[in-house]
Ligand binder design. Sequence first.
Ligand code: SF4
Length: 358
Amino acid sequence: MIYIHVPFCKSFCTYCDFYSEIAQEQLYGPFTEQVCAEIRRRRKELKGEPNTLYFGGGTPSVLPLGDLSRILLTLEECGAGGPYEEFTLEANPEDIAEKGLPYLESLRQLGVNRLSMGIQSFDDELLRWMNRRHDAARAIQAFRLVREAGFHNVSIDLIFGLSNLSDTVWEKTIDQALALDPEHISCYQLTVEGDSVLAMRLENGEYEEAPDDVCRAQYDLLCRKLGKAGYNHYEISNFAKPGYEAIHNSGYWQRRPYIGLGPAAHSFSGKGRSWNESTLDGYGHSEESLSVEDEKVETLMLALRTSRGVDEEFLQANCIPGSVAQLLQEGALIKVGRRYRIPEDHFFVSDEIIRQLI
Ligand code: SF4
């Protein structure tokens, strides 16, 4: 599993605190050089690295096709070339609408077989508030272009749990998303992140977080509507039509090793984590190994976020005695074969459930 972080954005969203620089033409070449150098440096780790390639960001769709193909060629030279079982690129709807069909067709030729579109909302007022570049009409136009270009595995991102998102607008947003009929929907509850504009607004009293019961009701509506439309709720925030569960992201939840390239990218060797510095200037690399205790907690937390759940023996051996029986009785855990999972109607409070287990 390979992840490549493309740290450029044309504008910064209100809620986001990911590492990203203002997108400027003159930065793309040096960035690509550095990623290619990193690929060569880490060629031993990369060699034979199977299955999935994921370009995330930032905004990978701002990167010129020439830079993208240079990175792909370097991966190939180093024994980690395609075709990949899943090759995802995160794309901004405005970039897709602007660059049009030729861009999308080139992406397909380069091997991209899955697009993840950050639509977030179909309400123009909210999109402006989020400081997104696109409006609802552009998002729909971009989605149609993606289909016209022949992409059959498309994910869209939505956000709920904003204090200025009414239930009516939320329901309409879900309906509009379903009308597009994407194979995959990722839906995140808004959280106020440390260095975001929203965190500042919260501190200045210009924003108030949505009450928990409102977020819960929006999440429940989402689960009901997507379930009825045939989506499998396979992870707390992720829904897929059967057979379209994200292979790359599922690897994270199953703690499969992955290699992260580019500034701010993280890697996981199966035993320890490492990460690149969040800077464009010759980013350095740091590492930490995980204690046995860390590993157990992480395995449990990630597995219980998914509908696959956690292995019975592992859970019994690593949880607080009596906690499983108690949660089973409360209906906060269920047993399916030899695995335990959190039922969908308790996903929203999964953090509390996991806290009770460990
Ligand atoms: S949400 Fe995406 S597009 Fe918006 S600032 Fe963050 S990384 Fe950039």
